[in-house]
Write a protein that binds this ligand. Structure first.
Ligand code: GRG
Length: 296
């Protein structure tokens, strides 16, 4: 499955939107700014911003208004990767095909770069002019992202994940970890775009919410599968890291074939939720399939 023309244009758009917004990182001390740009620019599949753009355009939101939330979610993602790779967490030295930020810039700068990217993400939602004049929209954007990254979202999921290392956990517990650690931020991409459309019928909003949750789960199952089946070169990060950290994963709990079937089932459920949007959802469907059928 190859990206649609629209999705390709979204990929180009996010690269330039990120570059522009990270020019703020050109200040002194230069190492901090350099580390922020190193972590964010030039690499990564940009799945989260692509989702923001795909949902937003499906909902007829002007593309320029989506730049700030698309950047904000990628900055949060980049911060989480920097911190996840630190010696105190997964202790990885390769990410996105290059040395991790703490290897390239030292541990203290890596911590600060992650912190700064997180703050910058919220600054964008609070004050980027492209969002428009409506304070209600800004408040919804900020609340949505804050919930997704906080104790009931990504950071809470990371804490649960670390606590479960080396423990025997069941499928329900694994889903709970991943729903927070990975799922909430992917769901937020959907809800950030929907934040511009408070006039959406409740059933459309509920359908998008369900889509966000299902696609987040499907994405994570695929990530676990790739950790077993893909190479370090393909992934741009150390292959087999889950097993090395004695992490529970879908292939470990279900077996590889059943994990594949589960990814397929959840991805189909995600696509089914888009039924109320009819043909307008075609680019989003294509992106969702790409997210689950990816090989890196
Ligand atoms: C340390 C606060 C904190 C959080 C860490 C998200 C996370 C929580 C850690 C990242 C490690 C990891 C493997 C998480 C699962 C989510 C995931 C699949 C990340 C990789 O996302 P991709 O594939 O990466 O979108 P690229 O590099 O393409 O952006």
């Amino acid at each position: 499955m190859s990206p649609t023309v629209t999705d390709r244009s979204h990929r180009e758009r996010i690269e330039s939107a990120l570059d522009q917004r990270l020019s703020i990182a050109d200040f002194d001390p230069t190492t901090l700014g350099q580390a922020m740009r190193y972590a964010v620019l030039g690499h990564g599949k940009r799945m989260r911003p692509r989702l923001v753009y795909a949902i937003g355009t499906m909902l007829d939101v002007a593309i320029e208004r989506l730049d700030a939330p698309a950047c904000a979610v990628e900055l949060i993602h980049a911060y989480s990767l920097i911190h996840d790779d630190l010696p105190a967490m997964d202790d990885d030295d390769l990410r996105r095909g290059q040395p991790t930020v703490h290897i390239a810039y030292g541990e203290a700068t890596a911590i600060l770069a992650g912190d700064a990217l997180q703050a910058l993400a919220f600054e964008l939602l609070a004050s980027d002019p492209s969002i428009g004049d409506d304070p209600g929209t800004r408040a919804r954007l900020m609340a949505t992202l804050a919930h997704a990254c906080g104790p009931n979202g990504m950071v809470g999921g990371q804490a649960l994940d670390m606590a479960s290392e080396g423990q025997s956990i069941d499928l329900q517990q694994l889903k709970r970890i991943h729903d927070r650690k990975t799922g909430k931020l992917l769901r937020a991409c959907v809800l950030l775009a929907a934040a511009y459309r408070p006039d959406l019928p409740a059933e459309h909003y509920a359908a998008l919410d369900a889509f966000g949750t299902r696609i987040g789960l499907a994405f994570q199952i695929r990530d676990d599968i790739l950790d077993v089946t893909a190479s370090t070169k393909q992934l741009g990060k150390t292959q087999g890291a889950d097993q090395a950290h004695a992490k529970a994963t879908y292939p470990a709990l279900l077996g590889l074939d059943a994990a594949e079937a589960y990814a397929e089932q959840v991805s189909q459920e995600a696509l089914d939720t888009l039924q109320p949007f009819g043909t307008a959802a075609a680019p989003l469907r294509a992106l969702a399939q790409l997210m689950v059928q990816r090989n890196h």
